[in-house]
Write a protein that binds this ligand. Structure first.
Ligand code: 2AM
Ligand code: CA
Ligand code: CA
Ligand code: CA
Length: 281
């Protein structure tokens, strides 16, 4: 097996190592976790494996970089306001690691093999390293700002479909069924008949990794947090794709409503979402 090495740069090596170790541990816990609790709604789940994996990643990072900041999903109070405030606070750090220990917890809980570990490093608010690990397929996706994106050493390039009609598009279902689901459904109703087909895998980070790998033409989802998107956004950008919010503004760490595509069909997807009044909250 090709080692997960890109340039040997230590930040990247630490991120890869942490993602691999946490991912292996998470996979070993499939079907054996004990505490299932809910956060903001009955559909918003967390297990002790989420928390344990975050602690593991945190320790591995701090061993090497004790003065860096860390923003991890399971160390932030649940809720939209808390997450926005936590990001604002965390962004004061020169080096900030942004961690989603399990992206796709619901899938993990059900044993549906589509979840991932997402680790990004931002320098002064700009993502410079993005690593996403898929334990089910043993795929390590790695991007460094300005140096491209790779999956197990193979350079990734986004797909070439130029129209939505040829595109395989992914979407996410928000954990808020009251406010967010109706907006999401308007988008789905508009995009589904225009795209080749729609998919909803349940891991924002993995959707982004698959856009980067050219396996999906595009993906959108509203109401996400920085830890869902940061690593994947760099993967897509470094693979030649485009990442914006649903209004077309360039990606930054505060983006919650994300559109990521191969670039070629980006404008068309944005237009369809806008016409459907499905640009988020
Ligand atoms: P998670 O598994 O890390 O919680 C699925 O559509 C995506 O939405 C997943 O990436 C999931 O990440 C994320 N998600 C789940 N609950 C959420 C919530 N309450 N608010 C925002 N995003 C959420
Ligand atoms: Ca969660
Ligand atoms: Ca997540
Ligand atoms: Ca998570």
């Amino acid at each position: 097996k090709i080692p997960y090495v890109l340039t040997g740069k230590s930040y990247t090596a630490v991120a890869i190592n942490a993602a691999a170790k946490a991912g292996e541990w998470i996979k070993s816990k499939l079907g054996t976790f004990e505490q299932l609790s809910t956060k903001t709604s009955a559909q918003d789940l967390v297990t002790e494996v989420d928390k344990g994996a975050e602690q593991m990643i945190r320790r591995l990072i701090l061993t090497h970089f004790p003065d860096h900041g860390i923003l991890g999903e399971e160390s932030v109070e649940p809720g939209e306001e808390a997450s926005i405030q936590a990001l604002a606070e965390a962004q004061k750090e020169e080096y900030l690691w942004i961690i989603d220990p399990i992206d796709g917890t619901t899938n993990f809980v059900h044993g549906f093999p589509f979840y991932s570990v997402s680790i990004a490093l931002a320098h002064n608010g700009e993502v410079i390293i993005g690593v996403i690990y898929d334990p089910s397929r043993d795929e390590m996706f790695v991007a460094e700002k300005g140096k491209g994106a790779y999956v197990h050493g193979a350079r990734m390039v986004v797909s070439g479909e130029e129209r939505l009609a040829q595109g395989l598009i992914a979407v996410g279902f928000p954990a808020d069924p009251i406010v967010k689901l109706p907006i999401n459904l308007r988008g789905i109703e508009a995009v589904a008949p225009r795209a080749r087909s729609l998919r909803a895998g349940g891991s924002a980070a993995l959707h982004l990794a698959h856009v980067a790998a050219g396996r999906l033409s595009g993906y959108w989802e509203s109401g996400l947090n920085a830890w869902d998107i940061a690593a994947g956004a760099l993967l897509v950008a470094e693979s030649g794709g485009r990442v914006t919010d649903t209004l077309g503004n360039a990606y930054h760490l505060g983006v919650r409503n994300v559109v990521a595509t191969n670039g070629a069909l980006h404008a068309e997807l944005l237009t369809v979402l806008k016409e459907a009044d499905a640009t988020g909250f």
